[in-house]
Design a protein around this ligand. Structure first.
Ligand SMILES: Nc1ncnc2c1ncn2[C@@H]1O[C@H](COP(=O)(O)OP(=O)(O)OP(=O)(O)O)[C@@H](O)[C@H]1O
Length: 750
């Protein structure tokens, strides 16, 4: 009679499958959740080899260079590039909890918990089926050994019936787990993105190089995390249930076998932890280096024209190959570490396979047990071994998962509002205050709005502006007021701090001290509660409410036009609506339910919303505004408003600047900050655009070098380099512009 152990050692054997449904006894505790866990983690470990997992589009504005996270042990960015100290177990567990927990108490918690319960129930079902098959296998081989044909046929039919009934459990368990993982990932993606964009954190992360590749963490790490965490939990659960079920069987057959197995697996776990200790940091660095390489390629795509003009392809190729070389070297080290661990893991796995049959066979020969019990003991032994050896078998996968937890935990800590110090620009408590005062226009007794011309829009009090971190003083003790239509031109030598002044007004920089107060017209009647003044008296003049910290600069009716306009990915209509309106791309709620879409993917954070914004422009409005900025022809050139192009490539810089003015005219802000936003335009177009915004009643502060700008402004603020202050430490002076000043007379003041 052939002994089936040799068959058991061949994973491809169909007999082996039948004995230990649904997976080979030599590999795991019959748990496909375990193998799924392994495959999830493998994906993370060898993500470089799986382009399918890396296809998310990257934003052009993300972190280019690596950086050390605050609070980490790396002394410098450079050091962080090549070394990474693996976090201790406590930090990893804390980070895992902080990343994993929020979803299960979120607005989707009911669905989440129900689905999780279903997955666990199905997993329990599959373990029960495995146990059942262990007994079926025993009886099957007993019938075979006893040459009992009738019993054999019966067992065969049971077997087939068991398969037919069991397969749906396994398939549905995997499907339920994958769909739950996808739902969790969707929620997490929305949650992380909302926090990433909140309070302009994306800008702070980028401008201060706080962490590397946040985009990769959102796209890849979140996906790996949710898939793996779920599979890992199920693997643990499955292993626990499996252990209880099969320990009983094994212990019942021969107790010493159970004790040997326990000692063997504990020793194996300790050795694999020792051998694989470098894998976590190597996996972390692999994620980072792959992301750096991919980001380099995206930058080439985004800057294709500039690189082509420079003829810089040779340098680019060199730089990119260098990035790939770093990823390759790290992956080589990772493969060597994995190989060394594999030597041990494989030896560990197969060395002991013969043991149960060898130990139990004498009992069979002496007639104490039947032949089928040998099979059952081998099967139970492998189940218990796999359960006890979870760490040994999954060590590489666990280390890859630890790297994912580490990267996400670090990101989570940065986004966590409870730790604002991480993204503070400076250590000092002193900072520039940006405040909003609500001004409510009420009609006077004769029906007119009083003092509209002199309505204050902006007040700057004793502003001293410094660069972040390095704290070089750019502007000293600046005070000025901007009233309605009191257009201001800011001039000064290159590097003197003109753009930084606008950054301070926009709230992007806060290093320094002083107050910036925006006066916001609400158009509402005075209210008693929200502003907090407690007064409900109607007023015949401007009413100024309490100072409030702004939630969002745009909420205060301030609009910024940078020198190089930003073109969003999308249609011409979306270019025009940006950033004031977004087109709702979500389906109506009932359709959404039917199509299984997720409501949290359609949410817009309240902090990104703008109160009192103008009505969404109609098509006629959009066409009119294009004509107003002399861009009417692009409608026919690009087939209307709904065509999609790479707008930053197909429009000239001057055309992009005119498009930016179209956005401004549609948004109708109280105050516009224009940073050399007509620098690419000819004089005629520049004059035309300034006339347009003046007619629209928009007050503006412009930065510019050209003397042609004088005639569109009432005053000019000259900022000189802070190392050559004029007098009394101040490096600025303010002058009125004489409307009669001719271009010839307006000599450059610096
Ligand atoms: N993120 C930053 N960290 C530290 N220093 C910075 C940062 N960004 C700009 N600076 C420095 O601040 C100074 C002022 O820069 P800013 O861009 O405001 O100059 P500018 O007057 O607008 O120059 P230009 O006319 O050339 O555009 C420069 O010396 C610049 O190098």
């Amino acid at each position: 009679m052939p002994f089936p152990v040799s068959l058991l050692l061949q994973p491809s054997s169909p007999l082996l499958f039948s004995l230990s449904y649904p997976s080979p006894p030599s590999s795991s505790s019959s748990s496909s959740s375990s193998s799924s866990f392994r495959s999830h983690l493998r994906l993370a470990a060898i993500s470089s080899l799986r382009p399918m997992r890396r296809r998310g589009r990257r934003s052009p504005n993300l972190v280019a260079r690596p950086a050390a996270a605050a609070g980490d042990s790396e002394p410098s960015v450079a050091a962080a590039d090549d070394k990474r100290v693996a976090p201790d177990l406590q930090t990893l567990l804390r980070r895992f909890w902080k990343v994993a927990a929020p979803y299960w108490s979120s607005e989707d918690k009911v669905q989440a918990r129900l689905r999780l319960a279903a997955v666990f129930a199905l997993t329990l079902g599959t373990t029960g089926i495995s146990v059942g098959f262990s007994f079926l296998g025993r009886d099957f081989y007993n019938a075979l050994a006893n040459k009992d044909q009738e019993q054999f046929t019966k067992q065969l039919l049971y077997y087939l019936g068991g398969f037919a009934g069991g397969i749906p459990f396994f398939v549905l368990r995997d499907y339920a787990r994958e769909t739950l993982s996808l739902r969790w990932r969707s929620w997490m993606t929305s949650y992380y993105m909302q926090r990433y964009f909140k309070n302009q954190t994306f800008y702070k992360i980028q401008s201060q190089s706080i962490i590397d590749n946040p985009d990769q963490r959102i796209v890849d790490d979140l996906s790996s995390f949710t898939g793996t965490a779920l599979a890992f939990s199920l693997t643990l659960f499955n292993a626990a249930v499996d252990l209880i079920s099969f320990s009983n069987i094994l212990y019942g057959i021969y107790p010493p076998l159970f004790v040997v197995l326990l000692v063997y697996s504990l020793g194996g776990t300790a050795i694999s932890v020792f051998l694989g200790k470098d894998l976590v940091s190597l996996n972390f660095m692999q994620e980072k280096k792959e992301a750096d390489f991919r980001y380099g390629l995206v930058r080439v795509r985004e800057n294709a024209e500039s690189i082509a003009f420079y003829g810089g392809e040779g340098n680019e190729l060199q730089l990119l190959l260098e990035r790939f070389r770093r990823a390759f070297e790290n992956l080589s080290q990772l493969l060597i570490a994995s190989r060394n661990l594999d030597f041990f893991t494989n030896g560990y796995r197969y060395l002991i396979q013969i043991l149960p049959a060898a130990v139990v066979a004498p009992m069979y020969f002496s007639g104490k047990i039947e032949f089928g019990v040998i099979n059952q003991s081998v099967s139970a032994f492998n189940h218990v071994l796999s359960d006890f050896s979870l760490i040994v078998y999954q060590f590489q996968a666990i280390s890859a998962f630890s790297a994912v937890i580490d990267r996400l935990g670090e990101f989570n800590d940065i986004l966590d509002e409870s730790q604002p110090s991480i993204i503070a620009e400076h250590d000092s408590k002193e900072e520039i205050n940006i405040l909003f005062k609500e001004t409510t226009s009420s009609l006077s007794s004769n029906g007119s709005v009083p003092h509209a011309e002199f309505q204050k829009l902006l007040e700057i009090q004793n502003l001293t502006l410094e660069t972040p971190k390095s704290r070089n003083v750019l502007i000293t003790d600046l005070s000025l007021e901007i009233n309605n239509r009191d257009h201001l031109l800011v001039m000064g030598p290159s590097g003197s701090g003109k753009t930084s002044f606008l950054r301070a007004l926009a709230g992007l920089w806060s290093s320094g001290h002083g107050n910036i107060i925006f006066y916001v017209k609400t158009g509402r009647q005075p209210q008693t509660s929200s502003a907090g003044t407690g007064s409900s008296e109607p007023m015949n003049s401007l009413k100024i409410d309490e100072l409030q910290r702004p939630k969002n600069r745009r909420a205060g009716g301030v609009f910024f036009l940078p020198q190089r306009p930003y073109m969003v990915l999308g249609t011409l209509r979306q270019q025009l609506l940006y950033p004031t309106w977004t087109e709702d791309t979500c389906l109506p709620s009932d359709e959404r339910r039917n199509s299984g879409n997720l409501p949290f993917l359609c949410q817009v954070s309240p902090s990104l919303d703008i109160p009192d914004k103008p009505e969404m422009p109609t098509v006629d409005d959009l066409v009119r505004v294009l004509e107003a900025v002399r861009l009417g022809d692009i409608l026919s050139r690009f087939n209307g408003l709904d065509s999609i192009y790479e707008w930053s490539s197909v429009l000239s810089l001057g055309e992009q600047q005119r498009l930016a003015f179209a956005r401004l005219l549609l948004a109708k802000p109280n105050l516009a900050l224009l940073d050399e936003s007509t620098s690419a335009l000819d004089d005629a177009n520049e004059a035309h655009l300034y006339r347009q915004i003046k007619t629209a009643g928009i007050t503006y502060i412009s930065i510019g070098h050209r003397t042609t700008l004088y005639k569109f402004h009432k005053r000019v603020l000259y900022i000189s380099k802070s190392d050559s202050p004029d007098s009394g430490g101040r490096n600025w002076h303010l002058e009125s512009i004489n409307p009669k000043t001719t271009l010839e007379e307006a000599a450059s003041p610096y």
